[in-house]
Design a binder for this molecule. Structure first.
Ligand code: SF4
Ligand code: SF4
Length: 114
């Protein structure tokens, strides 16, 4: 517990220091190291299915469409941005983007094919 004599200087220091939070949605939206919408570079995919297996919400589908060619479907409405898929991919085919304002009214518009 803080001693009473130390509380006032601390309160004054916090009163004049910059806030640790940002104003949203009106403020600057440049956040460092943000986990936004996941994108695929499907040309790098080798179809190992590690991302599909590790995704805790079943948000990813990978389908073979030809020899060494794959199609990815991302159900963004299921993604919890845990990053498992990005970490596990042996080819770095999945990446975060800075796009984080992803709310919508239509779930059908939250499925992306790559
Ligand atoms: S970030 Fe997590 S929830 Fe989202 S697709 Fe990747 S593994 Fe699934
Ligand atoms: S983990 Fe990477 S290489 Fe494997 S299926 Fe997913 S995107 Fe393709």
């Amino acid at each position: 517990m803080k001693q009473p004599g130390k509380v006032l200087p601390l309160a004054l220091k916090l009163f004049v220091s910059k806030p640790a939070t940002v104003s949203y949605p009106a403020g600057d939206k440049q956040f460092p190291d943000i986990r936004g919408k996941i994108i695929f570079d499907i040309d790098l995919c080798i179809g190992c299915m590690a991302c599909v297996r590790d995704c805790p919400t079943g948000a990813i589908e990978i389908t073979k469409i030809a020899d060494k060619r794959y199609k990815a479907v991302m159900h963004l409405d299921r993604c919890v941005f845990c990053g498992q898929c990005v970490d596990v991919c042996p080819r770095d085919a999945l990446q975060y983007t800075a796009e984080f304002e992803l709310a919508g009214f239509d779930r059908n518009k939250m499925t992306f094919e790559m």
